[in-house]
Unconditional design. Structure first.
Length: 150
């Protein structure tokens, strides 16, 4: 749930800015983190559940789950910052609800409360099993907004 405020981007080209950041993120490419929705303060991404993402019992590895939550929060935060600003994770907490079983993984991230120096975010991670979404984890995070000087 968001705070009772309208969330607006400081960058009129926020969708392209997010896609540019995604394109330069080597880890997101490695894990096939594909953004399917970009709105102001909201990101959705998905990928096929692949063998290398499994832990020893064949479920989605907790590290993949937390990485997807972190990226969903981070890219949601990127959708609100000015061109040239960066975001970095300063804190993340994840709760695992059930083992991840399915054919696809979906990550939904949103900014709950944007700020000048920090954006407070949440993410939900789902698997698709037999055509139905199953919530496997939820995260909350704080993203620092960083000005990079040329």
């Amino acid at each position: 749930m968001r705070c009772n405020m309208e969330i607006k981007s400081k960058n009129k080209d926020y969708k392209q800015y997010v896609l540019d950041k995604l394109g330069s993120n080597h880890f997101s490419k490695h894990v096939d983190f594909n953004i399917t929705k970009i709105e102001e303060g909201i990101i959705e991404a998905e990928t096929d559940f692949q063998t290398y993402m499994q832990q020893q019992d064949g479920f989605v590895h907790g590290g993949i789950t937390s990485a997807f939550a972190d990226m969903a929060c981070g890219f949601a935060a990127y959708s609100l910052v000015e061109a040239g600003q960066r975001v970095m994770t300063v804190e993340i907490k994840i709760s695992y609800f059930t083992r991840g079983i399915g054919d696809r993984i979906i990550a939904r991230g949103k900014v709950i409360k944007p700020g000048k120096k920090f954006h407070f975010c949440e993410a939900e991670i789902f698997t698709i099993k037999e055509g139905k979404e199953v919530l496997i984890a939820k995260a909350s995070s704080t993203m620092a907004v960083i000005d990079i000087k040329a």
